[in-house]
Structures are given as C-alpha cells and as structure tokens.
Design a protein around this ligand. Structure first.
Ligand code: NDP
Length: 293
C-alpha cells in the first residue's frame, strides 16, 4: 500500500523533486508537464510520460499537482474533467484559501476528492528530514494516502476546511518574507553609515536567530496571544514604539525607503493610542486584528 501509483502534474523544480523521491521510494510515477522536455530527467529515472493530462490523471488514483497557481490546474484539467471521477487530487500549488475552497467544490462536481497542500520547504529538501507539508480537506482521504504523501515530507494535517493548508502556508511565509525584508532594510540602514553588508549581515542573523531565545517560550506566547493577555514587563509597547520611531527617523534621514519602518512604527503608535502603552509589545496584535486604520 505504500507504493501506490502516483501521477504528478507540473514539473517545475518542486514537481520534479517530488517525482524523483516517489520513484526512489518505489512508486510507479506517471508525469505530465505543459513543457514536455521538463519530464525528461524523470522519465530517465523511470517515470512514465503521459501524452496528455487526461491519460495522466487516468493512470493513478492519487494525482499530485505542483503548479504556479490554481488557474494552471483549470488550464490543464478543464478539458479533461471526465477523467477526474474517482481520483484524489492533491493540489500542492500556491493560491489564496478562497481559490482552494472553490477548487475543492469544482473537483467535487466532477466526482473527484480534493486535498489542498502547502509545501513548506524548498525543492532540495523534498524527501529529506525537515521537509513538511500542510494538508487540509477530508481526513479519510488524507489518512488513506498519508504513506505516499509522507515520501515527499512530513505530512501535517490541519483540518477539513480546504482553505486551511494555504492559509497556514501564507501565515508561515508572512513570517518569512517580513523577516527577510527586515533583514534587507536593516542592512541598508547599516550601510548608510558605511558599514558593509558583509560586515553587518552576520550580526543581523544573530538577532534573527536570537528571537526564539528572546521569546523564551513559544507555547506560553501563543497562549497569551489567544487569551489577549499582554502584561507589560521588559518590552513595553511604549519602549519598543520609541525605538520604532527612531528607526523610521534614522531611515528617513538616510534617504532610505520608508515603507517598512513606517509600517512598524505605525503599529506601535496605534497600539499606544489604543491604551496599550504599558502593555507588552505583543499588544500590537490587537491593532492588527482590529484591521482598520
Ligand atoms: P513554478 O511555480 O514555476 O511551477 C511551474 C509549473 O507550473 C510548471 O510545471 C509549469 O509548466 C506549470 N504551469 C504554470 N502555469 C501553467 C499553465 N497556465 N498551464 C499549465 N502549466 C502551467 O515552480 P515550482 O515547481 O518551484 O513551484 C510549484 C509550486 O510549489 C508553486 O505553487 C510554489 O509556490 C510551491 N512551492 C515552491 C517552493 C520552491 O522553493 N520552489 C517552495 C514551496 C512551495 P511549464 O513547465 O510548462 O512552464
């Protein structure tokens, strides 16, 4: 049961990585890609090339899609919906939760079951320890195929709502992209004083990797955020907000782009205005949750 046939549609870097680890694990793998040459290395490794998307889908009950977005799935399968009946589509492409919910309905209308996934690590990690993938959709379908899915990376099932996997994918990338943008802004700020990126980046990475120690206990932080409890101690909103203002002012004086520091300073200012000055910096989440300027 661990080596069921698998079809992979979409052979970008991610789809190719998945195809290779599935083959290596002994699964019969059928592949199709719009640009057919991208199937070549997988075919050399033992995958079967399908002549068209319909026959690719017909080859396996388990069909994995790895595409740029959900529109690509409609572009590929829109003319082959007859082949979908009885299949389990596992779409590991990026899109909004709303688009993934619509797609689950669309698949259901064609007699297919649907799991949504978000691959959380880059192609070279696929099939190695540390790779993990969020899944949402019908639990029985997830459980029936979790052995094959675990070949790609640790499968983390998050719930029945098909939109949840992509919501969590985006929440994780929110942390990631915001952190990376902050790293670059900080490097430019240091650079305005003549400190080279080569000199500064390793120091900035110390700060980034020091965040978990500063937070100390992620479970406790999560519980406090759920409880909307923000007791002030070492990092009050007023203290952190003053620093955020200084960063914005220094960035302005240096002639740098201000979007990022202004956004952060604005969150602090509004939290203070809402009465959270003496609370912990975590009170910013109340401004974010409130959602309106
Ligand atoms: P891409 O996002 O570049 O995916 C490319 C694949 O989508 C190719 O097979 C491409 O076909 C196909 N495609 C795009 N549009 C269409 C269309 N309209 N019709 C038919 N086929 C189409 O590369 P990746 O492999 O890197 O990513 C795949 C998914 O995995 C994405 O959703 C991405 O967000 C996600 N992901 C990627 C990570 C990464 O680091 N690469 C990490 C985590 C998730 P063709 O070859 O013909 O262009």
């Amino acid at each position: 049961a661990t080596t069921v046939p698998v079809t992979v549609l979409g052979l970008g870097p991610m789809g190719q990585a998945m195809g290779h680890v599935l083959l290596a694990a002994g699964h019969p793998v059928t592949v199709w890609n719009r640009t057919s040459a991208r199937a070549d290395t997988l075919v050399s490794a033992g995958a079967t090339p399908a002549p068209d998307p319909g026959s690719a889908v017909a080859s396996s009950e388990l069909v994995i899609l790895s595409l740029t977005d959900y529109q690509a799935m409609y572009d590929i399968l829109g003319d082959h919906t007859d082949a979908l009946r009885g299949r389990l589509l596992v779409n590991l492409s990026s899109d909004t939760p709303e688009r993934t919910r619509e797609a689950a309905d669309w698949a259901g209308q064609h007699g297919a079951r649907f799991l949504t996934g978000g691959v959380m690590t880059p192609p070279p990690t696929i099939g190695t320890e540390g790779a993990y993938v969020y899944y949402s959709g019908p639990r029985p379908d997830f459980e029936a195929h979790s052995a094959a899915l675990s070949v790609i990376g640790e499968p983390r099932y998050v719930g029945e709502d098909p939109g949840l996997a992509q919501l969590l994918y985006q929440a994780q990338l929110d942390v990631f992209l915001t952190g990376l943008a902050g790293l670059l802004h900080a490097t430019a700020l240091a650079g305005s004083g003549g400190v080279s990126a080569a000199e500064f980046v390793p120091q900035a990475l110390e700060t980034l990797t020091g965040i978990p120690a500063m937070i100390e206990d992620g479970d406790a932080l999560g519980t406090a955020l759920d409880a909307r409890s923000h007791p002030g101690d070492l990092g009050t909103t007023t203290m952190m907000g003053a620093t955020a203002d200084h960063i914005a002012a220094t960035s302005a004086a240096a002639g740098l782009d201000l979007v990022l520091p202004d956004a952060v300073a604005s969150l602090y200012r509004r939290a203070i205005r809402a009465g959270h000055g003496a609370d912990n910096w975590t009170s910013l989440i109340e401004v974010i949750r409130a959602g309106v300027l």
